[in-house]
Design a protein around this ligand. Sequence first.
Ligand code: UD1
Ligand code: MG
Length: 465
Amino acid sequence: MSDGFNIVILAAGKGTRLKINTPKPLCKALGKTLVEYVIEELDSFSQDQNLQADFNVIVGHEKDLVQKSIEKNFPNLKINFIHQKEQLGTGHAVQTFFENNQQALKNKNTLVVCADTPLLTQDIFFSLYSRLKRNDLEAVAATFMATDPTGLGRIVRGEKGFSIVEHKDASDGELAIKEVNAALYIFKTQYLRSHIDSLDTNNKSGEFYLTDLLKKDRNVSAELFEDENLFLGVNDLVQLELAEEILSARAIRKLQRSGVIVKKTSSQYIESSVEVGRESIIYPHTTLIGQTKIGQNCIIESGVVLKNTVVLDNSVIRANSYCESAHIGNHTQVGPMARLREGTKIGDQCKIGNFVETKKAQLDKGAKVSHLSYVGDAQIGENTNIGCGFITCNYDGAQKHQTIIGKNSFIGSDVQTIAPLSIGDNAYIGSGSTINKDVPDNAFAIARERQTTKEDMAKRFLKKK
Ligand code: UD1
Ligand code: MG
């Protein structure tokens, strides 16, 4: 028998208390599914401890959805999915594991954990494992003091060890106990295997309780952990939000400790996948999502949303801008209230001002679009300045077309360019023009009605007082 681990993640339950269709393991906190947190932490634990770990996930309710999601998120981890057809309790889930995994006995230890505890850290796994080995125990369970123990299994300690009594089965005296079962255990596989089939359903729920294997007269131990937050189990949407708050605080503290200035942390939504460089400042109420990367010395003002967006060093994203899958260079300014859509690539020292929308647009170094414009399917060359109210008319009702503008050009205000179209370098387009023919390098183009002025005629149109 190797010193390896079976990791058994219980994820088959219905999650009835959530009252939503999404299966509980796939509920998201801070952009990640609950079960992802559990698997990630276990994976780091087994890698750091150099343990041979075989991952098993017990699935039942919405099993295909759960399996697909986990496989997508962990393409490089070999995970065995085991179908528990009927959910007859946590003990039954582990019975199902042994019935369906003939290799189980080759691993000396078996760690059992629930898919709904996203805050567990590898320090806890390590601590339990050390205790198991040090005291040569058959099993070890994690416990904590719950401020509100309602619904949880109580740890009833006696002179000879302890036992776990589920809330429903507890006497009034036992209900007063605050120490509860975290539902995280490490067993010697041999012990678990030889006792798992002896469980019965003689309890109020009529379920096979895994907790019945931790009994007073056995060589088992319960380790009390101090921080109850680490063990928060998500059973309803209130607990989902609580878990998210704690995860969020963890992610933000990590940024702060790495030199990022984060204001009013309770107002921030920053996913743990987000990277931010030193001395950047994140003002209140920002939303930073997915693969967003912000460089050093950046300023992200209030109300900004960045989804999968890269911002290089020394740039400023002003208030209430919304950027999705965009790339923003160094020393560039965006917003306030700009919208950068997918495929936007803004170079260094550029300026995108208020009420500017871009999509599949490339702006080269020093280009400026300062006010109220739409730039879609376009390339704008270095140092070209675009006035207020510019529109690339990129869509003819059937297809999208490209607009290409060279470098050092000037586009006056209220210009529309009807794509496909190209304007060369050092060109000048007069304000108010609708340009539908290419403009070569160095040319001046203007396309607007000539003005007519009639002396003293205004009174015909002005209302008489
Ligand atoms: C369980 C513990 C309780 C502990 C609490 C901590 C038991 C009997 N009770 O209760 O002592 O205080 O966790 O949160 O173990 N599951 C299956 N198959 C089943 C039943 C459950 O896979 O047949 C899975 C669920 O999807 C869930 C986990 O096991 O991920 C725990 O089940 P849940 O119903 O949440 O147990 P609790 O009532 O919370
Ligand atoms: Mg639970």
